[in-house]
Design a protein around this ligand. Structure first.
Ligand code: ZN
Length: 155
């Protein structure tokens, strides 16, 4: 990646960070980049790449949105309800880490063993039951790894 390209991406991130949760026509972000780098090449491609990497959400064609904290996690294809139910049933409605679950009043959720970012599928085999606490722990760990890899790539 050339330095110029890195800078384009940086300005695009800057623009979306300044307009969180807003549906942005990609032209607006592109104009912003051109303000700083009049000869910027392919800012559109940089936007698309940020979408593919899970930084941006594509609302519709040419319209993107940044939700603070969003990592493309489980949003691509969450477990279908019937698969989720099968996962819970197989795990006896208990967290596979600590054993807390519906029987003693804990919230449970279906988690991707191999995360979707790594190509994990929303299947029974790739699902496990976790309590909120352990789901959050896993999330936080993945988030750190994700952020690290992401930033390393861009800056
Ligand atoms: Zn647990």
């Amino acid at each position: 990646m050339s330095n110029a390209k890195k800078t384009v991406t940086k300005y695009i991130i800057e623009f979306f960070e300044e307009h969180p949760n807003e549906e942005i026509e990609h032209g607006r972000a592109v104009d912003y980049v051109f303000k700083f780098i009049p000869k910027a090449r392919d800012p559109w491609r940089a936007i698309r790449k940020l979408y593919q990497e899970g930084y941006l959400i594509k609302v519709k064609k040419g319209v993107y949105k940044r939700i603070p904290g969003y990592k493309g996690h489980d949003v691509l294809a969450p477990f279908p309800p019937e698969i989720k139910e099968q996962i819970f049933k197989r795990d006896n409605y208990r967290c596979v880490v600590c054993g807390n679950g519906l029987h003693n009043g804990y919230e449970i959720c279906a988690d991707h063993i191999k995360s979707q970012a790594q190509g994990g599928q929303s299947t029974l085999e790739n699902g496990q039951t976790l309590c909120s606490e352990h789901n959050l722990m896993k999330w936080t760990n993945e988030e750190k790894i994700w952020n690290y890899r992401f930033l390393e790539k861009i800056f």
